[in-house]
Design a protein around this ligand. Structure first.
Ligand SMILES: Nc1nc2c(c(=O)[nH]1)N[C@H]1C(S)=C(S)[C@@H](COP(=O)(O)OP(=O)(O)OC[C@H]3O[C@@H](n4cnc5c(=O)[nH]c(N)nc54)[C@H](O)[C@@H]3O)O[C@H]1N2
Ligand SMILES: Nc1nc2c(c(=O)[nH]1)N[C@H]1C(S)=C(S)[C@@H](COP(=O)(O)OP(=O)(O)OC[C@H]3O[C@@H](n4cnc5c(=O)[nH]c(N)nc54)[C@H](O)[C@@H]3O)O[C@H]1N2
Ligand code: SF4
Ligand SMILES: [Mo]
Length: 643
């Protein structure tokens, strides 16, 4: 049979939203590559998606629905599984009201159609939903406060920069299609500065690497701000576009340069060099997502916003303070859901909020595109909340830590079988996903799944329409500007509403059009002392081998913990087993020694499985960030000891 070439878009929770090209023969995948015609993908994929087809053969890949009987999950037909869902949801609504049902959705697929689940729980209730954003909540809220919006300059505007600051970012691992753009910037003479407490792969690309104290970035940015004012680095035209200048200047001058340097954990000369880069722009800040998962994460991003604004870089080509590309911005998300909810539980504290909910208590949880038992902080409490809930449904292509605690598991398509529309949070191109291969017979697309469930509970009319109909509804506004479904089907289309330089007209999106500068901070956000009992800050960073909790390579029997040799328990050699202890719990890990690390950090991978004793979140307290109800995953202090 002839080999056919098919195209799609990767829907994983990743900034890159790559164009995919597959060769398919007789319905079977022969090869999977990056689309050479996609301007950002440039013909290559990350290793985790290149290896993804192997996961289809893994025992964790679900090909049929499962229902719980006598304590065990057994295969069932889709009709049986959906009948059970309808019957239990109707009974719980009748007895306790719709607020007794919680819907929890995370970013396992960035396809916009996954919000069809939200539509169901809104129409069926409204039911209970969540508030906050464990991924990017603090940083987005910081930028909304300062600029009225969280969005970015065009990715390729970076080529105009003289200095690129990777502030808490590891693109070689978590944003791989940024790497060739950085290489192009370097080829055009730009310098790259990396600011990251952890020694990681991306540092080989940086001309300058600062290794501040974890969370010391707030002090670092205020120290740079002080120098800009003291030494003529502020741009008078830009200052006129800001509110709160006196307050911000006063804040920067509230400590000496030496005091800021000491709090930041870097030398004064490094702060001077950074200030010189801002004064000698264009200078672009690329704000990483990891750093804002701290108690002071919102304040840090606000301090970076202020640097970009007062130095004038915010308003110019080759500048900007880019945190997030507004991936949903092009879509009419309201065509699917209004966001109505009976009540909201806090995502970063979900375990506690579920267990403590009353009037009514949570009796059912439906999980869409998420693995909260593994990925939310204080995971033992989250696991307990799921185990105590009367009826749990998980829709997922894989049998996860959360799915194992469900009463019904509904298999949905993987990224190779999906059909949806997507934006990206690392660039402004929109894409369509289309099945590269057919899903197994027991697997059902979420649009189909909810239309079948809706028919069982008297909501059929609300779910009328094919997958393509829903795609067109989402694209209604930008279709008038050329981003039609047909155009997306032909290849990636740049969001017609995204400007090349976000604030190139000198105005931000606040009511006054001016930047609202950070003018005051809670002193407690500056002090970052570790306790003598637990002297190491635990980092749980992205790793090339996994997409959050979905591993493309077996992580082995133990998770790996990397520390400076002087931070290891006495005489423990590389490869030894050690115990990581926090105030919340302990895990056994294999030791890796790395003299390039700071002495006050311990690094483990993000995404280890809870049931295998490898989830960092078993150690991490559920603490909200200062802004946006994010989760302060990285403010966890630990010690290592021998087993
Ligand atoms: N391979 C892979 N790629 C992924 C993911 C994955 O699981 N695996 N996850 C995806 C998801 S969900 C997201 S949200 C994105 C982004 O995910 P990120 O969390 O941005 O990705 P990381 O590579 O962990 O980069 C965070 C960097 O911030 C640094 N950092 C932490 N604290 C501080 C601090 O206090 N100061 C400074 N200056 N730096 C700090 C960390 O050391 C790390 O190098 O990545 C996506 N890409
Ligand atoms: N310790 C620590 N914890 C962290 C982080 C960290 O850096 N450190 N990072 C945090 C961040 S940035 C994030 S975004 C979260 C991620 O947290 P989650 O989003 O809960 O984690 P994932 O493992 O990505 O789980 C997503 C699930 O969606 C499934 N899925 C994929 N496609 C579909 C689909 O089309 N439909 C449905 N229904 N399911 C689908 C996947 O198989 C996967 O099981 O974790 C957070 N947790
Ligand atoms: S996970 Fe990210 S880098 Fe990998 S193929 Fe998908 S979009 Fe591209
Ligand atoms: Mo994320």
């Amino acid at each position: 049979m002839a080999v056919e070439t098919r195209k799609s878009t990767c829907n994983r929770d990743c900034p890159d939203a790559c164009g995919l090209v597959a060769e398919v023969e007789d319905g079977r995948l022969r090869s999977l590559k990056g689309d050479p015609e996609h301007p950002v993908t440039r013909g290559f994929l990350c290793s985790r998606t290149s290896r993804f087809p192997e996961l289809l053969d893994s025992p964790q890949h679900l090909r049929t629905p499962l229902v719980r009987d006598g304590g065990v999950l057994r295969p069932a037909s889709l009709d049986e599984a959906l009948d059970r869902c309808a019957e239990r949801l109707l009974a719980i609504r009748r007895e306790s009201g719709p607020a007794a049902i919680l819907h929890y959705r995370s970013g396992g697929s960035l396809g916009l159609l996954k919000t069809i689940a939200n539509r169901f729980f809104e129409r069926f209730g409204p039911c209970t939903s969540t508030i906050g954003d464990i991924c990017s909540g603090a940083g987005e809220e910081a930028q909304v406060q300062d600029f009225g919006v969280s969005d970015s300059n065009d990715l390729f505007d970076l080529l105009e920069a003289r200095h690129v600051i990777l502030w808490g970012k590891n693109p070689a691992v978590s944003n791989v299609h940024l790497v060739p753009v950085l290489d192009d910037c370097k080829a055009r003479g730009a310098t790259i500065t990396l600011i990251d407490p952890i020694a990681h792969k991306s540092r080989t690309r940086a001309d300058v690497w600062l290794q501040p104290a974890p969370g010391g970035d707030l002090a670092l940015a205020l120290g740079v701000g002080r120098l800009l004012f003291d030494e003529g680095g502020v741009d008078p035209e830009a200052i006129a576009r800001c509110e709160g200048v006196d307050g911000y200047r006063g804040l920067c001058r509230s400590r000496s340069l030496a005091a800021w340097a000491q709090l930041a954990g870097v030398g004064e000369a490094a702060i001077r060099a950074l200030a010189a880069a801002f004064a000698g722009g264009p200078t672009a800040i690329l704000v990483g997502w990891g750093m804002q998962r701290r108690r002071n994460g919102g304040a840090i991003v606000r301090a970076l916003d202020a640097l970009s604004a007062v130095s004038g870089n915010l308003f110019r080509s080759g500048g900007g303070c880019s945190f997030y590309f507004r991936r949903r911005g092009a879509f009419d998300a309201g065509a699917i859901t209004s966001g109505a909810a009976a009540r909201v539980l806090r995502e970063p504290i979900l375990g506690q909020d579920v267990l403590e909910a009353s009037d009514p208590p949570v009796r059912a949880i439906w999980v869409t595109a998420a693995n909260p038992v593994c990925m939310l902080p204080d995971s033992a409490r989250v696991a307990e909340a799921f185990e105590r809930t009367e009826f749990v449904v998980v829709a997922d292509p894989f049998l996860t830590d959360t799915a194992r605690r469900a009463h019904v598991v509904l298999p949905v398509p993987t990224l190779l079988e999906d059909s949806d529309v997507l934006g990206a949070y690392g660039h402004h191109w929109l894409g369509e996903s289309r099945p590269l291969i057919e899903p197994p017979p027991g697997v059902v697309h979420e649009v189909d799944l909810f239309s079948r469930l809706a028919a069982r509970v008297g909501l059929a009319a609300d779910f009328a329409g094919t997958v393509d109909d829903w795609k067109r509804r989402l694209l209604a506004r930008v279709a008038q500007k050329g981003a039609t479904l047909e155009a997306l089907r032909a290849g990636p289309v740049r969001n017609p509403e995204a400007k090349p330089v976000l604030f190139g007209d000198g105005r931000v999106r606040t009511l006054s059009g001016k930047v609202r500068l950070l003018t005051a901070i809670d002193e407690s956000l500056l002090r970052r002392d570790v306790s003598p009992e637990r002297p190491l800050w635990l980092f749980s960073n992205s790793t090339i081998d996994s997409q959050a909790s979905l591993w493309s390579r077996d992580p082995g029997t133990h998770l790996t913990v990397t520390v400076h040799p002087e931070s290891a328990p006495a005489d423990a050699p590389d490869g030894a087993l050690v115990v990581i202890e926090s105030a919340r719990g302990s895990l056994t890990a294999r030791l890796r020694l790395d003299p390039a690390q700071r002495r006050d950090v311990a690094l483990v991978p993000k995404g280890g499985h809870f049931d295998r004793g490898q989830s960092a979140n078993a150690l991490i307290d559920a603490i909200p960030t200062d802004l946006g109800l994010g989760a302060a995953y990285l403010d966890c202090q630990v010690r290592l000891r021998l087993p």
